[in-house]
Ligand binder design. Sequence first.
Ligand code: DGP
Length: 153
Amino acid sequence: MAVAATLAATIPKVSDDIVCKIVRGDLDAAVVTRDEQLVAFLDNRPVFKGHVLISPVRHVHTLLDLPEELMQPLLTLAQRVASALGDALGADGTFVAMNNVVSQSVPHLHLHVVPRAKRDGLRGFFWPRTSYAEGEMADYAARISQALQRQLP
Ligand code: DGP
């Protein structure tokens, strides 16, 4: 029993959520940056164009499951993406948020980083959605990705 439990803990969890599919290469996404710990990609139903989702590469369901070693990298990348949205898109600011279980439609932790403009009309917790024209998503991803690369030392 103890051996079985130990073995189970060493087997990576496999999930069919969209983030795991993107990480495995089974689902196309406009990825703006990726390393061995984290992936950042455009939300396909953005609140505003350039809306980025940041997730752990490994399967993590909610904030309560996030290993301590990923906490600082996650917030550091959120800070870098927020800066890149200003640089790439001229965002005045950002809205950074995470749904956990309630209102969480993708069961793999993801931090929303939404570009904001002064007087953009966003109010409260109702999230209106927009859509990208053909080819526009790749263009936004390239601009944000280039801004992220410009940040590297
Ligand atoms: P939440 O509701 O907080 O779990 O946010 C999940 C987000 O995931 C939602 O804003 C839309 C986005 N999303 C759902 N399916 C896909 C997909 O297949 N591709 C991409 N890029 N984003 C997706």
